[in-house]
Design a binder for this molecule. Structure first.
Ligand code: GLN
Length: 194
């Protein structure tokens, strides 16, 4: 069984641990830098990216984790996790940093307070025939991405909400709270292939 670490400093790491356990992975919470070397893959959960950023730097996890991901560690981030992975943030709080492993600019809280949570079915042929039931909670969008980034999903108006760049997958929504397992399966396929 592959050993997956879920960054467990803040946010909905329990839901990711449950989703991955259901798929047969050996899942551990990731809180310390020395735990990274034993992992075959890592998940960065949803939550509050500015807090996750501060805690991951305070615990000394941010830098070694970014290095491991740059070295090819399969990675999946949802919502705040997508923000953490992105190289550039629009509407971050002052001083907010990221792991800088995904060539995207993401806008935090892109849907504003009028519409800060919603659910929608989005066709994503890369994930299979049935549309993905996407749950958005104070979600970001990908405003801009480099040529190495593949778009996996976009809203009907064209706003990009799911991407992959090599070993890094990211979604602005939360499959882990929607009973949608195809993103976690795609991530575990990367783990098995690497
Ligand atoms: N709005 C949060 C942030 O900026 C993300 C919300 C979420 O992860 N559901 O980090």
């Amino acid at each position: 069984h592959p050993r997956i670490g879920v960054l467990a400093l803040q946010g909905d790491f329990r839901e990711h641990i449950a989703s991955l356990t259901e798929l047969g992975a050996d899942v551990v919470p990731l809180r310390r830098p020395e735990e990274i070397a034993s992992l075959d893959g890592v998940v960065v959960p949803g939550g509050e990216s500015s807090v996750m950023d501060k805690l991951s730097r305070a615990f000394g996890v941010a830098e070694p984790l970014a290095e491991a991901i740059r070295g090819g560690l399969p990675t999946y981030g949802t919502c705040a996790g997508m923000i953490m992975l992105s190289s550039r943030i629009a509407a971050g709080i002052p001083g907010q940093q990221t792991l800088d492993v995904l060539d995207t600019t993401v806008r935090r809280n892109a849907f504003g307070s009028q519409n800060d949570s919603f659910e929608i079915d989005i066709p994503m042929p890369e994930l299979g025939e049935a549309p993905v039931h996407a749950v958005f909670i104070r979600a970001p969008v990908v405003e801009e991405h480099g040529p190495g980034v593949e778009v996996l999903g976009a809203l009907p108006d064209g706003q990009v909400v799911a991407v992959q760049q090599g070993n890094v997958i990211a979604s602005a929504f939360h499959p882990e709270v929607a009973g949608e397992d195809r993103f976690h399966r795609r991530f575990l396929d990367l783990v098995h292939a690497s």
